[in-house]
Design a protein around this ligand. Structure first.
Ligand SMILES: Cc1cc2nc3c(=O)[nH]c(=O)nc-3n(C[C@H](O)[C@H](O)[C@H](O)COP(=O)(O)OP(=O)(O)OC[C@H]3O[C@@H](n4cnc5c(N)ncnc54)[C@H](O)[C@@H]3O)c2cc1C
Length: 444
């Protein structure tokens, strides 16, 4: 069986790995000049750094098991991380129950309430009961209005911008469960994982495995359209580097692109209720982009790995100081600070040039660390990731398109189909492998 795969990120490569391992032929087409998609890397100070900050949780066993399988198990490091929250001109420690008890922007009663309901929520396994509720309504009801305004609204705005009050409570439930699963055994501290070779290297090695198992992986190779004959996917029109666009035949096609890209690559589905419903599901999902400014500094900015910015006047929503968790020597002794935001594509922030964005962000850094000087910045890098965060509204589970599409032998495996968990490399690996199995069951 020959399978064409659109996208060389976690999902596409994991699918190709399993297909070729089972003796099938898989060909991966990635339009970017590198593999890894949203988890890809670039060079900083002689090391490979993710375009967007990345770490794993202890429960992310799909990706860590795959790393073991491809010989990279030794690369995983599990490290303690320091978490902070910036509010009212002050950086608060925000990683442990004791930190919450010391968090004086809330009354003691509110702090106890937040602690009690956080603990309770972490014990809940039935996420379905939260599907019909917005996070806003649930959090205000149980943790109180002050706690919502001071802690949770900034978190929701940070991830979902103007959609903040439409997000399902299931999303918050997922985050709470993840955090508790990432506490080391017998430890109150959270452990986060990082492949010391970088996420980019993990996906490069996975690509090499696909090739050594008989498949092909092409970078700088955009798929122009899915070829469909009698409502069945039969091939892909692709532009391989230095060649005219050509049509390659396949028995099945797996697309891992965002839904709005997928709809542009396919002809209209045959008329009928199922197809209309499928298209509605594809079109209903909204995405936010990620806008990242990466500062390479000659010294640390704070002592925190992750800092949520709970101050609406700031033009960014989180700071991730990568080298407060990962050894700076990997990047030539430099310190790495990600400044992150999730705007819409039509926002001013999204459209800013790297220089404009730097000018926008730098003055605000001094509010967090008053000693900060522009001279600390040795280099800066700007990256944008489109389709970075699907919006998870209420009753989201009912709106997810299936992996099998209305065209026979055409499969979709993208981040909108990850639920109730939030999107992440672990779940894309899991989904890629599940869809590869589906294709083999259907066709082999
Ligand atoms: C800022 C940021 C931080 C994140 N942090 C974490 C984290 O800490 N931990 C974690 O696990 N996950 C994190 N994630 C999420 C994680 O990176 C993604 O969920 C995961 O990498 C998605 O993999 P994917 O293969 O499903 O999709 P993608 O990585 O989006 O892959 C799809 C690929 O398809 C390609 N493509 C699109 N159109 C075409 C075409 N026409 N022809 C050929 N190729 C095409 C794209 O270039 C892309 O490479 C983060 C994401 C972002 C943006």
């Amino acid at each position: 069986m020959r399978v064409g795969i659109i996208g060389g990120g976690a999902a596409g490569l994991a699918a190709a790995y399993d297909l070729t391992k089972a003796g099938h032929y898989a060909q991966v087409f990635e339009q970017a000049p590198f593999l890894g998609g949203q988890a890809s890397t670039f060079q900083v100070g002689g090391g490979r750094l993710e375009r967007g900050y990345h770490h794993l949780f202890v429960s992310d066993t799909d990706i860590t098991d795959l790393m073991v399988e491809i010989g990279l198990g030794e690369e995983m490091a599990w490290l303690e991380s320091k978490v902070g929250l910036f509010r009212g001109g002050k950086v608060w420690d925000f990683g442990t129950p004791m930190d919450l008890l010391r968090f004086s922007p809330l009354s003691m009663l509110d702090r106890l309430r937040v602690g009690a309901f956080t603990f309770w929520l972490q014990k809940q396994s039935n996420w379905r009961k939260y599907e019909r509720l917005t996070a806003r309504d649930w959090l205000i009801r149980w943790m109180g209005k002050s706690a919502y305004q001071v802690i949770w609204e900034p978190v929701l705005r940070g991830k979902f911008g103007e959609y903040f009050d439409r997000i399902s409570m299931t999303w918050i439930w997922g985050k709470f469960r993840l955090r508790v699963s990432s506490r080391g055994k017998g430890s109150r501290k959270e452990l986060l994982g990082y492949p010391m070779c970088s996420f980019g290297e993990v996906f490069d090695v996975l690509g090499q495995r696909v090739v050594s198992q008989g498949g092909d992986v092409h970078i700088s190779s955009a798929v122009k359209r899915v070829v469909v004959d009698e409502a069945t996917a039969t091939g892909l029109e692709v532009s391989l580097p230095g060649r005219e666009a050509e049509i390659l035949p396949f028995d099945a096609v797996i697309a891992t692109t965002p839904s709005y890209v997928f709809t542009r690559l396919i002809p209209p589905f045959p008329e009928g209720e199922t197809a209309t419903d499928y298209v509605k599901k594809l079109e209903r999902v909204d995405y936010l982009s990620a806008v990242l400014m990466i500062l390479v500094l000659d010294r640390p900015f704070t002592d925190k790995y992750w800092m949520t910015i709970a101050d609406a006047d700031m033009p960014f929503v989180a700071l991730i100081e990568h080298t407060n968790m990962i050894d700076k020597e990997l990047y030539g002794g430099n310190h790495i600070l990600y400044i992150s935001n999730y705007p819409k594509r039509d926002s001013t922030l999204y459209r800013m040039t790297p220089e404009e964005l730097l000018e926008e962000f730098l003055p605000h850094l001094q509010k967090i660390n008053p000693d900060f000087q522009r001279s600390w910045v040795l280099e800066y890098h700007h990256h944008k990731v489109d389709g970075a965060q699907p919006i998870v509204g209420i009753n989201y589970g009912e709106q997810i398109p299936s992996h099998r599409t209305p065209f026979k032998n055409l499969y979709l495996a993208n981040t909108t189909q990850i639920y109730p968990e939030d999107r992440g490399t672990n779940y894309s690996v899991r989904m890629g492998r599940q869809v590869a199995k589906m294709v083999m069951d259907d066709l082999a």
